[in-house]
Write a protein that binds this ligand. Structure first.
Ligand SMILES: [Fe+2]
Length: 330
């Protein structure tokens, strides 16, 4: 081989291996393999119940292994009336009733991210049902940003210690006989995770129903480019993967709320990210659209409480907890 040919060969061989290494996504590969196993064997698929909260357009899920009865509760909602500052447990109690009537053993209370539109009921559910409170490790970043915004004080540790478990990208877990895996899907916030149990992916605020599109990316720490990459990563999963969404707002022309779709349906028809949409097109669309959105009504109470694992700020000397509102800071 001449020196020149040797050089070209080495160059392309190096590029080949670089491409292999850069495109290799072990978490995604493991998730795809898990989903394929579950599609082949019904016993590896979970039973799923969705609970829609009309006040915040949130869907909470109870996911369980039919064989063992082991269950995970994903993205629960604590009812909160902003005008009076009153909390109540109607939504959480519906979930408790369901778990009890189906004899489920709650193992996990999972948050896909620190929500900005509702307060989590996870601590209340944990007190009543047990289970470990889990979120993605990126919560530490979110705690840092919002801890400063709310001037949270020395009683608030920005280390994720308010949760029992911080999941890393590609980390696996079990729910009875079922396999689970967590994928880091930042963009909406830095902490967003998708939790895949059997063949069902709980994708949090990444993608919505195909006719509605995608989540916003303009909160502190949000990034439209990252959101696009996270969504395309999720849409690389097998076409028959069941996707369960965190919110639905009924797209124009649709009368019913909906929250279940598939990778195939999203790739074929999502109005923001269907196959063929480029990253730049998405970023331009998402950025323009986000500029027209107002902040969610409950963002201040929600974030403030959710970065504390859903616990209210410590009571002051009079025994009352207070929610702060930073003025002219966001
Ligand atoms: Fe969200």
């Amino acid at each position: 081989m001449t020196l020149r040919l040797q050089y070209i060969y080495t160059f392309y061989e190096t590029k080949f291996w670089e491409n292999i290494v850069s495109n290799f996504d072990p978490g995604l590969e493991a998730a795809a393999a898990q989903i394929s196993r579950a599609r082949e064997d019904k016993a590896l698929r979970p039973s799923i119940a969705g609970f829609f909260d009309e006040a915040t357009n949130t869907i909470s899920y109870v996911v369980h292994d039919p064989k063992s009865g082991e269950a995970a509760i994903i993205d629960s909602v604590l009812d909160y009336e902003a005008a009076s500052g009153r909390t109540s447990n109607g939504s959480a109690d519906r979930i408790i009733e369901y778990t009890k009537s189906n004899n489920l053993k709650v193992m996990w209370l999972i948050e896909t991210h620190a929500h900005a539109d509702h307060i989590s009921a996870a601590p209340y559910l944990q007190e009543k049902l047990g289970g470990k409170l889990a979120i993605g490790r990126g919560i530490i970043l979110v705690q840092d940003v919002f801890g400063k915004l709310f001037n949270a004080g020395s009683d608030f540790e920005c280390d994720g210690s308010q949760f029992d478990k911080l999941f890393d990208d590609g980390e696996t877990f079990r729910l009875g006989e079922l396999e689970g895996i967590a994928l880091h899907v930042p963009g909406h916030t830095p902490a967003d995770m998708a939790f895949i149990i059997g063949d069902a992916a709980f994708v949090g605020d990444t993608i919505f129903m195909p006719d509605f599109g995608t989540a916003r990316a303009d909160f502190p720490g949000g990034d439209a480019r990252q959101l696009f990459q996270s969504i395309r990563r999720l849409l690389s999963l097998p076409g028959e993967t069941r996707l369960f969404l965190c919110h639905d707002y009924k797209a124009p022309g649709r009368d019913e709320y909906a929250w279940e779709t598939t990778v195939k349906q999203q790739r074929e028809g999502n109005v923001h990210v269907k196959d063929g949409t480029t990253e730049d097109e998405f970023v331009a669309m998402r950025t323009a659209r986000d500029k027209g959105l107002s902040m969610p009504n409950l963002i201040m109470p929600s974030v403030q409480v959710n970065i504390r694992g859903g616990r209210l700020p410590l009571p002051e000397a009079n025994g009352v907890s207070y929610i702060k509102i930073p003025v002219n800071a966001v």
